[in-house]
Write a protein that binds this ligand. Structure first.
Ligand code: GCU
Length: 688
């Protein structure tokens, strides 16, 4: 049914009778689904689509318990359905967090029955998608006893979409899928987007860019400059927002907005946005009331303040607490939340130390309905960074982790770079050396994970077809960070390309190897980063190599390379808790993959296996490109095994990926040689 765009991992292609477990038909021809909430309409539609597609016949949807059939599905909350209560104890269901669900098989009234139940309607949506995932990946369903709960309460997508301009900051998949000129009229695609998100457990969408005011662009339509992100908070836009929020609600997704801190002046008539001014306080309250009157489940505000040209409380000599709390007080009576970003700059030469220095002293002062949203690392979504020290430094504050799904620094729309293994490394990181992982820090009500979106209006949604796996994996990991990368990957491949074992293995292996390769040819693999071209005011880059542009990030000199971030240097290492701090502080214990992030070392410093730093940098750059060549060859082996369209699209990307990775390699190898004067001992010469 989806023609103008791909259906991603919700393909629901027919599985031949002989290839599918008999239990699929036994339980899925009849479904009894409770009534009422909008989410249940979504459940019913999805059963029709999913079962209709996979089994070749839509289920009969019952409005009361079927007593004349010998197998059926029952989907509802316990208070609505006796069959549910008979098969799953009410206390079990009620003990689950919002979004959690149970799936269990049993016998009822002499028939086989599969129950999907949850304490909230949103949980029923997730349970339904889980069931359909089992069907689509060919798993039997006759002996199920599943209890699922999200690990973290809020699992958000942050769109960096510029409304009205339709562009997407750091987006590589075409224009924004949201058409604010057309809204409140809805495009069918919004619903399919909501389905994709709900199917992996996403429960919130911030619809606009954190940069709610942008520098004017020469090429842009001047009329569009008038219509920037901050304007979505204007009364005239709220009808549009209301319409979109109503659609998302069906899938258990709350809508949020990025707001401009100076809104009381820009939208309102005030001459200040001072957070301690009573009129400013009253303005935000009125605005929140107005919003909630239309969107009662509105999720809240995301704010980028005092960073990269966005206004904030500093203008009035106030701090981030004052700024966040005035918004929080306005949202509080309605159950809304402020996501206040910790991505800030300051006077420090090394910006890595800035976020913790600014925010750690404010621990405990934010309102309960404020979440401090921290990027995974201290720099900016680099191919590999150490984890942000802030995760261990704000025990009395609700914190959120911001990851980037879009591939700003990992090859954009061209390179295949699968982020799930990177996110696993981040989420599992032990912040105190006592086994407290980043995910443990995110476990309370009001905490969560936000992913910077990757979706645009391209046919395939994400630009590079394989980048769909990053969106899928983000949702699955946000829901359950304990899932291993291989499991998520295999799931995605089976849903996307079918269950043929050779295809599953080849595509999974390609994805799993891609991130390490990217690290190697874009950084040399020892913790260097940000050696990319910054573009210009009118052209966003971060794609091509340009290592001379930002000397502060790599610290290359004639005698060595790397940045001293120990206590003798910029002081990032000691911001960690001991013993983590100690591990990074010493050259001997610092892990090799982050060595040059924390230490400035002589080019000929010997690594553990006796190889010198400069030689390892060369080796890694060459190896990274070699791996990409192999991945390209592996992809080529899929010709005829998958449909030609997707085969060809990805093949073309791989052709360009190999070329561009080689450009990276050659630029970095020349750069290392120019600074060190030490040739590659294996005599490899970069192309001119
Ligand atoms: C990066 C990115 C910007 C973005 C900023 C942010 O610097 O390149 O486009 O606005 O992060 O996260 O606020």
């Amino acid at each position: 049914p989806l023609e103008e765009y791909d259906d991603c991992w919700l393909r629901y292609d027919r599985i031949d009778e002989g290839d599918r477990p008999a239990s699929h038909r036994r339980y899925c021809q009849h479904a009894y689904v409770s009534d009422g909430a909008p989410e249940l309409g979504a459940v019913r539609d999805e059963l029709r689509r999913g079962i209709g597609g996979l089994l070749g016949r839509e289920p009969h949807l019952w409005h009361h318990p079927p007593r004349t059939v010998d197998g059926f599905l029952a989907i509802g909350t316990p208070d609505e359905m006796a069959v549910v209560r008979d098969i799953v104890a009410v206390e079990t269901v009620e003990s689950l967090a919002d979004g959690g669900y149970c799936m269990r098989t049993g016998r009822w009234n002499g028939a086989d029955c599969l129950v999907v139940t949850a304490p909230t309607d949103r949980g029923l949506v997730y349970g339904t998608f889980h069931l359909l995932r089992l069907l689509a990946t060919g798993r039997p369903i006759d002996d199920l006893d599943v209890i699922e709960e999200p690990a973290t309460a809020d699992r958000l997508i942050d769109h960096w979409d510029n409304p009205f301009r339709k562009s997407v900051e750091r987006g590589y998949a075409g224009q924004s899928i949201f058409d604010w000129e057309l809204l409140p009229e809805l495009r069918p695609r919004y619903e399919d987007y909501a389905r994709l998100l709900a199917s992996v457990g996403i429960n919130g969408v911030v619809v606009n860019n954190v940069n709610t005011q942008l520098p004017p662009r020469e090429s842009a339509n001047p009329a569009h400059d008038e219509l920037e992100g901050w304007r979505l908070l204007e009364t005239r836009s709220l009808e549009k927002l209301t319409s979109l929020a109503g659609l998302f609600r069906r899938y258990g997704i709350r809508t949020l907005l990025s707001v401009n801190f100076a809104a009381p002046m820009r939208i309102g008539e005030l001459d200040t946005a001072d957070p301690l001014d009573p009129e400013v306080e009253a303005w935000w309250k009125r605005k929140a009331d107005e919003l909630y009157e239309r969107v009662p489940d509105f999720g809240g505000f995301l704010v980028k303040a005092d960073s990269e040209g966005q206004p904030g409380p500093y203008e009035y000599d106030r701090d981030h607490v004052d700024g966040a709390n005035v918004l929080a007080r306005a949202l509080e009576p309605h159950g809304g939340r402020v996501w206040w970003r910790a991505f800030v700059y300051g006077s420090h030469e090394d910006r890595a130390v800035q976020a913790a220095e600014t925010f750690a002293p404010l621990d405990g002062e934010f309102h309960d309905n404020v979440t401090v949203q921290i990027k995974n690392g201290p720099i900016d979504f680099q191919p590999r960074e150490p984890v942000s020290t802030l995760f261990g430094a704000m025990p009395e504050t609700n914190v959120g982790c911001e990851l980037q799904i879009t591939q700003e620094y990992t090859g954009q729309g061209v390179h295949c770079c699968y982020h799930v293994p990177m996110w696993k490394e981040i989420l599992e990181f032990d912040v105190d050396g006592e086994g407290t992982a980043v995910t443990d820090v995110l476990g309370d009500e009001g905490e969560g994970i936000a992913g910077v979106g990757a979706v645009g209006d391209d046919y395939n949604w994400t630009g590079h077809y394989l980048s769909q796996a990053n969106l899928y994996g983000f949702g699955r990991l946000a829901w359950n960070p304990d899932l291993d990368a291989e499991t998520i990957t295999e799931e995605w491949v089976r849903l996307t390309f079918g269950t043929e074992p050779a295809v599953v293995e080849t595509v999974s292996d390609i994805l799993m190897a891609s991130w390490e390769a990217t690290i190697k040819y874009t950084t040399g693999g020892l913790g260097l980063m940000h050696m990319m071209d910054n573009g210009s005011e009118f052209l966003e880059n971060h794609y091509d190599p340009s290592p001379e542009e930002w000397p502060g990030y790599h610290g290359a000199t004639a005698d060595g390379i790397g940045v001293d971030r120990t206590s003798a240097g910029s002081g990032y290492a000691p911001q960690f808790r001991d013993p983590v701090a100690e591990r990074y502080e010493s050259v001997d214990t610092c892990p090799e993959e982050l060595l040059l992030f924390f230490h400035h070392l002589p080019w000929e410093h010997e690594l553990e296996d006796g190889t010198t730093v400069v030689q390892r940098l060369y080796d890694n750059c060459f190896e990274g490109v070699e791996t990409v060549r192999e991945l390209r060859a592996d992809w080529a082996s899929l010709e005829g095994e998958i449909d030609h369209e997707r085969y060809r699209h990805t093949m073309e990307r791989f052709d360009e990926h190999v070329e561009h990775a080689a450009i990276w390699r050659d630029t970095l190898v020349s750069f290392f040689y120019e600074h060190s004067g030490i040739p590659d001992e294996r005599g490899r010469v970069p192309r001119a």
